[in-house]
Ligand binder design. Structure first.
Ligand code: ADP
Ligand code: SF4
Length: 694
């Protein structure tokens, strides 16, 4: 028995209606931030996963009509024949590797704002999604669908399905999830109709059934028809003829689609961050589906462990292992499993930076995989890299995320690499952060890189080695990369929304102080204007140590930016569970060792909070001493044979781990090029000019 034969089940073909997936690795539809305006970027991004062994590769949401318009959030479209070529680039690319291509046809119903099309959103009963976060709020309420709207939506779906087939898709979706139109018919909160489409569950599934039927009528001979459905809410509702309404819906539709793609209802639960949710978290909601239908079932759960995947198949939970994030972090995950190269899997860390890309309306970024989204525009491949003709002696200073990625990239290119780290362990900021509540999975950033580096014969690594200019001159490398990271400062925050002034007091701490082992005394206030995870996580950490801690921020929410990573609701829940008082919209202005004085961001009204210590989680600034010293002695360096000094990661511009990894990777690829690429290739839309009026 070969080492990996227990995973053979993952490589069995699965029939999906008239088409057959070559294996069980199914890249479910997921947002890529790549609209029809970036067709080459999109095709290359999806192709890389097909090359890496995913048997099915799907698009993200693909609108069937301008009445489903999420702009400025990114989405694809199949509104007319002009859209076909852009998609065909992707299907051709995916087919080159023997994978199937799926398209997630989508109507957003009341959950889109139609900002660009300016059409009224459609919904079963005119009930809007009233989001409380500004990024998702809209002022245009949806129209209640009448008979002509039903006819129209069904026609858009069948027309889009036919276009999808022309574009080369093998699997065509009907979408009934995540607050979008099909889903709205299933839930009585949205669907208050009293006609044949509302009321009893048999009526509420009617629209979804008709969408499936019209899709089958249009393309069912050639394409598998998939139903993507959210089951979380429905599972919580007792059914009349089944255990829950979710059971009833699946029973009623059991024979309709060729595939069930089952998921949760909201982005924060469907695509939950590892900080709050473990692998396979969907199972308690979707575990029953296979018992009620003979059709194949695909589901997700941030699966990166082949043993978990096999368990899902063997226990009859899923037929196909759905992956979105794991396929972004490692497009070659299936091939690595097949070839028994499990140590080489670049496991998703569940940070949800990829999701923030969609919220930012930009092509997808990934913390673990710096090449994601860069396949076409920079020509970066996640597994292949050109080797250099002549190896140079490279010195990388700093063993945090940026330094590790840079050293690995340089070594993969064949250079002779020395990596030095001042601390007693590699990891930089992650050495501390992975010990904070919920962040242990982020250690995979280090595990993957250290695991690879330790196997390379052209890399030397030194811990406990703070390096200065003298050492560098003595070493005389040909090139130096400074990846020495950044420091948290004690800067405060002004009403102009700028870091200004500094709060100096012995009992004022920064995250670096806590990382160094200092522990604040007595009741502690965490003042956060970094707005990402650190303020919230440190608050949880201090509460866990038994310290009476409260949290204040000038933003409207705790860890406000985490709305972008689906974490914000769970951050607030975690702070509430720890009984942490949260003060928003306040600036910290003074501290005398007993009392912190805050001011309301807009009114200036003072607020006094009793505390003995303050932790400021605000501005980070590059650790610049070494760079300054190198610059001051540049002539000596040149005389010693040092040809270039580059900066990477936080030493260049402090950011999140995703920035450090990307920066380290880019420097590793480019620092020795005669001409450094100034930017990247720019993609452009494909338009059939003869059908577009000037
Ligand atoms: P990044 O996210 O950019 O990788 P980090 O702060 O996580 O930044 O990591 C930077 C690392 O560089 C830290 O582990 C730090 O100990 C190390 N470092 C800083 N200065 C030196 C130096 N002069 N010599 C060796 N290592 C250094
Ligand atoms: Fe996973 Fe984070 Fe990459 Fe998303 S950005 S795929 S969550 S590692």
């Amino acid at each position: 028995m070969t080492q990996h034969s227990r995973y053979d089940v993952l490589f069995e073909p699965v029939k999906i209606g008239p088409v057959t997936a070559p294996n069980r690795f199914y890249q479910v539809p997921h947002a890529s931030g790549m609209t029809n305006a970036l067709p080459r970027v999109r095709a290359a991004f999806r192709e890389t996963k097909a090359e890496g062994g995913w048997g099915v590769i799907c698009t993200g949401a693909c609108s069937i009509d301008p009445s489903s318009d999420d702009a400025p959030l990114p989405f694809a479209s199949l509104w007319d024949d002009n859209d076909i070529r852009a998609h065909a680039l992707m299907t051709e690319a995916v087919h080159r590797h023997g994978a199937l291509a799926g398209v997630e046809l989508w109507h957003g119903g009341a959950s889109v704002m139609n900002r660009a099309s300016r059409m009224p959103p459609l919904s079963p009963s005119g009930i809007p999604w009233m989001a409380t976060h500004v990024g998702f709020m809209g002022n245009l309420r949806p129209k209640t669908m009448d008979r002509s709207d039903f006819r129209a939506v069904l026609k858009w779906q069948s027309d889009a399905a036919r276009r999808a087939r022309s574009a080369g898709f093998d699997i065509v979706y009907v979408y009934a999830g995540m607050g979008y139109l099909g889903y709205e018919f299933l839930l009585p909160e949205y669907n208050r109709r009293t006609d044949a489409y509302g009321g009893a569950i048999e009526n509420r599934v009617r629209f979804v059934r008709e969408m499936i039927e019209t899709t089958k009528d249009s393309v069912g001979m050639d394409c598998g028809v998939a139903l993507r459905i959210s089951l979380e809410e429905l599972r919580g509702r007792p059914g009349r003829n089944g255990e829950s309404e979710a059971h009833e819906v699946i029973s009623l539709l059991a024979d309709c689609p060729d595939l069930f793609d089952v998921k949760m209802d909201s982005s924060p639960t469907d695509c939950s961050a590892s900080r709050f949710t473990a692998e396979a978290s969907h199972e308690p909601v979707i575990d029953f589906v296979k018992q009620l239908t003979d059709k194949p079932v695909v589901g997700v759960g941030r699966f990166t462990s082949p043993d978990t995947m096999v368990s899902q198949i063997r226990r009859g939970i899923l037929d196909l292992i759905g992956g979105a994030r794991p396929s972004i972090a490692d497009p070659f995950l299936p091939r690595k499993i097949k070839e028994g190269r499990l140590d080489e899997i670049r496991e998703c860390i569940g940070c949800n930076i990829c999701i923030s890309s969609w919220h930012d309306s930009v092509p997808v970024r990934c913390t673990q995989n710096p090449t994601a989204g860069e396949e076409w525009r920079r020509g970066w491949h996640p597994e292949r890299i050109d080797c250099v003709a002549r190896a140079e002696r490279m010195l990388v200073i700093g063993g945090g995320p940026a330094g590790l990625e840079c050293a690995l990239t340089l070594a993969r290119r064949g250079h002779e690499v020395t990596l030095v780290e001042a601390a007693r362990a590699f990891g930089g900021r992650l050495a501390f952060e992975t010990r904070l509540p919920g962040l242990s999975t982020w250690g995979r950033v280090l595990d993957y890189r250290l695991g690879r580096l330790k196997l390379m014969t052209n890399v030397e690594m030194f811990l406990d080695s703070p390096v200065g200019v003298d050492e560098i001159i003595e070493w005389a490398p040909e090139r130096v990369v400074v990846a020495t990271g950044a420091r948290w400062t004690r800067m405060l925050y002004s009403s102009m929304e700028l870091p200004v002034g500094q709060l100096d007091h012995p009992q004022v701490f920064t995250p670096d102080d806590l990382a160094a082992g200092r522990v604040p005394e007595g009741p502690t206030l965490v003042f956060d204007f970094d707005n990402y995870y650190m303020g919230g996580v440190l608050t949880e950490h201090l509460a866990g140590l038994g310290i009476a801690v409260q949290y204040a921020t000038p933003a409207g929410h705790a860890s406000a930016w985490t709305i972008m990573t689906n974490e914000l609701p769970l951050v607030h829940r975690a702070l509430a569970q720890r009984c942490v008082p949260v003060t928003t919209l306040h600036l910290l202005s003074e501290f005398d060792g007993e009392t912190a004085t805050l001011k309301h961001l807009f009114t200036g009204e003072p607020l006094r909070l009793g505390c003995r210590s303050i932790v400021i989680v605000g501005l980070r600034a590059p650790r610049g001493e070494l760079l300054a010293a190198l610059e001051a002695r540049s002539a000596e360096l040149a005389a010693a044979g040092v040809r270039s000094v580059d900066r990477a990661g936080d030493a260049l511009a402090p950011g999140a781990i995703v920035h450090a990894i990307h920066s380290g990777h880019r420097v590793g690829r480019e620092l020795d090029l005669a001409e450094r690429t100034p930017a990247y290739r720019r993609d452009f839309p494909i338009v059939e000019c003869d059908t577009v009026e000037a």
